[in-house]
Design a protein around this ligand. Sequence first.
Ligand SMILES: Cc1ncc(COP(=O)(O)O)c(C=O)c1O
Length: 417
Amino acid sequence: MSTKRARLPDHGLSWEQIKAKMEGLAKDDFDWRAGRLGVYVFDAGEDVRAVARDAYAAFIAENGLGPAAFPSLRRMEDDVVGFGLSLLGAPEDACGDMTSGGTESILLAVKTCRDWWRARGDSARIEIIAPHSAHPAFNKAAEYFGLTVRRIPVLADFTADATAMAAAVGDRTMMLVGSAPCFPFGVIDDIEALSSIALEQDIWLHVDACVGGYFAPFARMNGVNLAPFDFALPGVRSMSADLHKYGYAAKGASTVFYRSGDLREHQLFRFGDWPTGEMTTPTMPGTRPGGAIAAAWAVMNYLGQDGYRAKAQTVVETRKKYERGLGEIGGFQIWGNPMLGLLAFGSDEFDIFAVAEGMRDRGWMSANLKQPKGMHLMLSPGHALVVEDYLADMVDSVAEVRSGSRIAVAGGGARYS
Ligand SMILES: Cc1ncc(COP(=O)(O)O)c(C=O)c1O
C-alpha cells in the first residue's frame, strides 16, 4: 500500500531515459539471474525467458476475456489446459481453466466446492480441513467466502496426518486438502490416504500441486519414485498447478482442474441484469492478460517433454547437492524427505536465523520457517551453477554463528508485504 502522492512527469520520457531509471530502481534487487534468490523466481535460463518474453509481447494487448475476438488465445489456453490434464492423469471428462496464479486457482476450487455443496442442498458444509503446512491461500479463500479452515498438525516427517484429518471430518466439512508438495517443507502429502478418506466420507479432496504440478510428472518420468498424487487417485476432485512456477511461464499463469465438467459448472459466474445482458466469466478477473496465456503456451511448446524432463533432472540433482553439502558442513537437519526442488533445514546446534542473516548479508535470500525454525530453498535450474558458492558462504556463515560473532536479531519467518 502507498499513500504517497506522486506527480506525473510534465513531459513523457524517452525509452532510454525510462530504461535507465528502471535499471536504477532495480539496483537493490537481489540478483536472481545469478542464482542468489531461493524464492519468488523460477529461472530456466535466458533462452526460456526470451521465449516467454517474446510470446508475452506478441499478445500484450489481447484479452483472454474475449475468446470470440481472440480465438488464438482460446486455442492456446485449450492446449495449455490439455497439457496439464494429460500430465496429471485426468480422466476423459476432466477439464480446467487458466488463472492468474496459485492463489486464484485455490480460491476458485474452494468457491466451486462450496457452491457444489450448496447445489446439493448442504450449505452448512463450510469447513476446510487442511494440514498445517497447506498454503495460506486456503485461509484467504475462507475469509473471502465466509468459510472456516481447520489446520491439523503434520506428522514427524512433515506430511499431512491423514488419520487425524479423517477424525476431524464432521457434518460441516466441505473439503480436504493435500499438497504436492507443500511450500514450507517441499514434501508431498499422502494423497492416496486422503483420497481414500474423501471417497469413504464423500468429501471433496483438493490437491494443491501449485509447486509440483509441472515438476513432479517429469521427475517421475526421470525415475524419481513418487507415490500417486493426482487424478489417478479417484478421490481427487480438483487440483491447482502453477505454470509460473516449475512450468517456467511468465508470471500470471496457473491452472485449476476438475475431475468432471459438472463440478466446474459451479465455478462459473453468470450475471445478466445490466444493460449489456448476460456475462459469464469462468475465472475471477474480467480482463485476462493475453500475454500470460501466450507465454505459457510458447514455453510449453519450446521445452516440450524432453525439455521439462531435463530441467527436472537438473533441479533434483541440484537439491541433492545442497543436501550433501549441508550434511558435510554439519549441524543441519533436513526437514522430512523432499523429493523435488524445495528443501527446508534447521539446526539443534546453532541459531539458524543467525545463519540465515549471515547468508543474507552475503547476498543470498530465501524464505525462513518459524515452525520449526528453519531456512528454506526453492531451487531452479539456475541454482545448479551456484551450489558451490552458496555452500562456501554457508561454511563462513555457520562458523560466524558457532564462534558467537553473530547473533540473530530479526524474528525470521516470511514477510510478503
Ligand atoms: C504450495 C503452494 N500453493 C499455492 C501457492 C500460491 O501461489 P501464487 O503465489 O502463485 O498465488 C504457492 C506459492 O508459493 C505454493 O507454494
